[in-house]
Design a protein around this ligand. Sequence first.
Ligand code: VG1
Ligand code: CO
Length: 543
Amino acid sequence: MDVISVATSPIEGQKPGTSGLRKQTRVFMEPGFLENFVQSIFDAVGGLQDKTLTLGGDGRYFNKRAIQTILKMAAANGAVRVLVGQNGILSTPAASAVIRARKTDGGLILSASHNPGGADGDFGLKYNIPAGGPAPESVTEAIHRRSLELTEYRIIETDDVDLSLCGEQQMDRMTVEVIDPVAIYAEVMRGLFDFDAICALIASGFALRFDAMHAVTGPYATAILEGELGAPVGSVMNGTPLPDFGGGHPDPNPVYAKELVDLMMSAEAPDFGAASDGDGDRNMIVGRGTYVTPSDSLAVLAANAHLAPGYKGGLSGVARSMPTSRAADRVAAKLGIAAFETPTGWKFFGNLLDAGKATLCGEESAGTGSDHVREKDGLWAVLLWLNIIAVRRESVADIMKAHWREYGRDYYSRHDYEGIDKEAAEAVTGELRRRLPELPGQRFAGLTVAAADDFAYEDPVDGSISRGQGLRLVFAENARTVLRLSGTGTVGATLRVYLERFEDDPAQMALDPQEALAPVIAAVEEITGLRTRIGRDAPDVRT
Ligand code: VG1
Ligand code: CO
């Protein structure tokens, strides 16, 4: 078969430091765009000669066409085998599980995660390393450098493979192995959790709802929750992956998963509700009448993980991203295990997991996971919660109350200002960055700044340093705020303001979080004047 080298011009494929590339779908569909980025990845990882790859995505618009193109390019670049999820489907955690179980030389995951999909939505692509996790900065920087100098990409001209048929097919000299997207992942889950105990819980009348948001977790949740654990048919809602996610925004939070949250707050609420995002790596946990913040969820999972067979020996450590609340640190201190604070983004957990320094990791953005794969894992978090409930036989609300009584409560909220003017956003953060040294000791809205810095992280395993990871203000009144600009948006800028306040007075533990955080919210406004400066009265999303 002829390998064609197509002349092309460089693209700025990926911002250095970001773990994948997210763009509007239409940009990805421009002639040569996807191809240039894929060739940049192949070149940056030392070529594909005789290598194997894992390939799959979240089923969004352009997923299947992109997969056919990538397969033809992998063949042209000398790969010997590519494992592809049936119909092009692999959730992000399942792709990580496949890379690890089948020891492939990394993989390509097609997703823009929680960003909306469709012809007018977003598309994305990222490379995961052979350990199964997102590429570290050294690799993403190499991909970026390569994208700026690329002059041609390689592809073969051949027919598409049939992605609907499991089994092996040949594409020139390369074998395409279409795999069941759920099987390897489900096997990993069976090894971690007491499926019999969860079955017994559900058989006893415990009712649950899982909202797959028309995204990739539908087939996984249906096979595991309904198929294996006996949840009645219909427990999984919006379970069919759609190219545009049914027009929704597949981000599992109270704003975008409103249907589920409304149900959970109603008189008809089942015992347990959960949702996942576009590519299946995020989770939202809601009990009857009780929304669990992701930061609290990480803390509860850390405190109770030993109740699941996969973690019965305890945890080596817990890691959280810097803007995640400090609730998990309190659990780690009590357990006498290490607590790590990393920059935002799952790639920073990889080294800690590989080195056995941390067992559980989490982010405030609804990502939780463990050393079973190298990605955050939405359904895994749901199963760990169910395993814990199956042992404790308490409601989510009671588990939360008991947790707060024992550790205190970290009130937490994130305010997102989406699609704002980039220059205005950078002016706000730039000015705050310059003022950081002068802030300690000053009072704003009744709170005193105790410390202020721009978070920098030194990786305890490889010593690499990542700077500029978020502006952090700690207040003397046991409160904290963090400001940072999103790295995953595709239009304008998104400013994230993270707010938290610790409360250990049992009489003050049932407040509305926005009320409990009012002084912190006021202090941020007084310090930055951001709402006026970006021209917004209120955040677009509060989680
Ligand atoms: C967001 C989240 C971050 C998460 C990242 C990828 O990044 O805040 O915690 O790791 O998305 O998640 P940013 O730069 O927009 O704040 V996923 O599920 O979209 O891959
Ligand atoms: Co995601």
